[in-house]
Design a protein around this ligand. Sequence first.
Ligand code: NAP
Length: 327
Amino acid sequence: MQKMKLQMPGYNLKKLHLLSLFFKVAIHISDYLVMKLLVTGSNGFVAGSILANCPSHWQVHGLSRTKEIPRGNNIVYHKLDMLDREKLPGLLQSIKPDVVIHTAAMANIDYCEINKDIAEQVNTGITAHLCAICKNEGARLIFCSTDTVFDGSKGYYTETDIPHPVNFYASTKIKSEQEVLSAGSRNVVARLSLVMGLPVLGRGNSFLADTISKLKNGEQVKFPENEIRTPIDVITLGNALIELAGNDFGGLIHLAGNTRINRFEMAKQIADALGLSEELIVKTDSSKMAGRAPRPNDVSLDNSKARKVLSTPMLSLADGLALTMNF
Ligand SMILES: NC(=O)c1ccc[n+]([C@@H]2O[C@H](COP(=O)([O-])OP(=O)(O)OC[C@H]3O[C@@H](n4cnc5c(N)ncnc54)[C@H](OP(=O)(O)O)[C@@H]3O)[C@@H](O)[C@H]2O)c1
């Protein structure tokens, strides 16, 4: 049998070797050029929207504490309790993220009020540790804070207003904000208004999903009329956080919708838009809701800075609701 000869016109082995070397170098360089993003709390409500909306050419990693839920393609999931101080630095050293969006938190205000120790460890301790690791690794940190850092006596808060907490959760967030901002001028503290929407990937803390399910079951739902917010839909929020990860903004920014509304009115408008019974929505006052930690009255946020800095549009309640319901 005649020996087969690999014949490629115009190519010899030396050329092929050079070509393969070129591709290896190109892959190595692209490793540095492609944005590497790590999203903590990847099972959560806000993280789900970030992970679902990231540009497909980014290298995206999610970090969750409990068992991973199989989700979006192209996302590498890591399972770790961030309280594990030994393992967290090693994980970041192996991922080498350019940016970390830190959504992981103990976000249940009432739980934090009666479990102060663990709330402090998770909300403040983990954030401080992450700040130090990101600083060492040269990664930018984007921290998700809250409108409730304010005491609610004024409303339409801007980034220059001074926070003053009325509950323990808010005090853990204020301490974390200070850690993040003092750890680096490229770091971001994004104060989120009440987040409205349905979970996109994973689960999480969605009052809308809860309310829809109760109304559909014919159950009454109570909403405090004294709590005034500027709700932001979860899709817009995810996009805004992604944009912040991709640009060079550093500092404080308020991410909030354009509609300032009390929570009772908000629930009625949502029920109306979704064709659900408004009759089951009952007006109450924060002080009459037993077992609840104190809440600030009016923590509506002024979103002028976000509208100036970001190309992601901030939406009205009606537009945000439509966006999240049709996603
Ligand atoms: N939702 C809102 O209306 C709102 C408003 C203002 C600010 N924020 C802030 O925005 C961020 C995201 O809120 P969210 O509504 O998405 O909260 P969420 O749904 O409760 O998600 C938070 C995630 O943090 C994770 N986590 C908690 N402890 C952890 C630990 N020790 N190690 C690793 N992961 C841990 C949880 O993971 P597991 O699921 O694995 O336990 C959870 O999935 C939070 O920082 C919150 O304070 C939210």
